[in-house]
Ligand binder design. Structure first.
Ligand code: ADP
Ligand code: MG
Length: 384
């Protein structure tokens, strides 16, 4: 049985990049493509420029993009500054999204445009809902909690576009408090005001994560075709918040921060708050924590999570996110590959998929558009 998501697909409008132009971005001096809303398949040899294009699409949303690169790293060697421009379709409307860097050497900053108007980069939030899975994420369940928090917070951005701004405000306040403490400043009013803000933003972050986890948990518990059914749980401030009034948790966090000033100053870190939380994932049929599963099972769990999140976003927000699946197909057996393609088709998602072998995508046939990437040049490939 192919996996389907009829309830989601019926109501949701898939987001899609309808034109993409990259300028002095990574290995590209300039390239343009005009995809339709079907999935995009990029095939070509190693080093051809496939992942670079996925990274360009990831820059249409706020943040560091799928390689978490420094801004200047993305500028083509020998060029001055990169730019990515796109026409993005969602809710039946088309928005011109532009981003890149500006500023003198050493002072570069990210710039963004929406329909020709300059906006702050955070205002790209929610405009192009995009989710990715890359080979670098294979260690997601094995590495420290920060990686999983980032993964979860990125997914939440699709569900709740204010989540990123909230996290930025929290981080900024936390840094300021810690700097005061390290400098030996014990101004109670100043510290108290910062702690009150940290508690407010911190509980808002935890609440957004909790809401996301509850909704995603339902989809991921059911399993998606041959992808494993899983259980997700949050550990940390979110646990305290579950079933308790937010104000109570906020007051608790504020008091905890106040009482922990000396210890935080000594440790040089903030020991309480949503920046310490973790996302725990369990493989249900194995009855094992994700980190105890095989590499292949971990990958399958990640795909299940991303697909469940996409279903949830489609159902709850009415927009199916763009999925950037770098080198995913090569690591799946034929059954799972077929199921992935069927689920993408059922969701109607414009999934961007890369691989070195064209035959991996044969099962997609006309359901996708295919491009050959060679030496950072794109050629539409016919699949008839
Ligand atoms: N800033 C840059 N300037 C020029 N070339 C770059 C830059 N960053 C990466 N590259 C080149 O891009 C190529 C890798 O492209 P990539 O998209 O990762 O290939 P693949 O098709 O294997 O996914 C490499 O040859 C690398 O040297
Ligand atoms: Mg690659």
């Amino acid at each position: 049985m192919p996996a389907t998501a009829p309830e989601a697909a019926d109501r949701a409008e898939p987001a899609a990049v309808r034109r993409l132009t990259v300028t002095d971005f990574r290995s590209y001096d300039r390239a343009t493509m005009e995809p339709d809303s079907r999935p995009v398949v990029l095939t070509g040899p190693n080093g051809a420029g496939k992942t670079n294009l996925l990274e360009a699409v990831s820059m249409l949303s706020p943040g560091l993009g799928l390689r978490r690169a420094r801004l200047t790293e993305m500028t083509r060697r020998g060029a001055e500054r990169w730019a990515v421009a796109a026409m993005v379709e969602r809710h039946g409307e088309t928005v011109a999204v532009g981003t890149g860097i500006a500023g003198d050497p050493g002072q570069e900053k990210r710039v963004a445009r929406l329909d020709g108007e300059s906006v702050g980069p955070m205002q790209l939030s929610g405009v192009t809902p995009v989710t990715w899975l890359t080979p670098q994420m294979d260690r997601l369940f094995l590495d420290g909690a920060a990686v999983r928090r980032r993964f979860m917070d990125r997914l939440i951005l699709g569900f709740d576009p204010d989540h990123g701004a909230r996290a930025n405000r929290y981080e900024r306040t936390m840094r300021e408090r810690l700097r005061l403490l390290k400098d030996g400043n014990r101004d109670d009013r100043w510290l108290g005001a910062l702690e009150a803000q940290m508690a407010e933003h911190g509980v808002a972050i935890a609440a957004a994560r909790l809401a996301w986890a509850k909704r995603t948990a339902r989809a991921v518990r059911a399993g998606i075709g041959p992808f494993p059914a899983a259980e997700i749980a949050l550990e940390g401030l979110e646990t305290a918040l579950d079933g308790r009034p937010a104000v109570e948790v906020e007051e608790g966090l504020m008091a905890g921060l106040r009482d922990g000033r000396e210890e935080d100053a000594r440790a040089g870190m903030t020991r309480l708050g949503p920046h310490r939380s973790d996302l725990a994932v369990r493989h249900l049929s194995r009855d094992a924590a994700a980190e105890q599963c095989s590499t292949g099972e971990q990958k399958a769990l990640l795909i299940a999570l991303i697909l469940a999140d996409a279903r949830m976003q489609a159902a709850e927000r009415g927009v199916t996110p763009i999925l950037l699946l770098d080198e995913v197909a090569a690591h799946l057996d034929a059954d799972r590959r077929a199921a992935l393609y069927d689920e993408i088709a059922a969701l109607g998602s414009q999934a961007w998929m890369t691989g070195t072998e064209g035959h991996l995508f044969d099962m997609l046939g006309e359901r996708a558009q295919h491009y050959e990437v060679r030496d950072s040049a794109l050629t539409p490939a016919s699949r008839s």
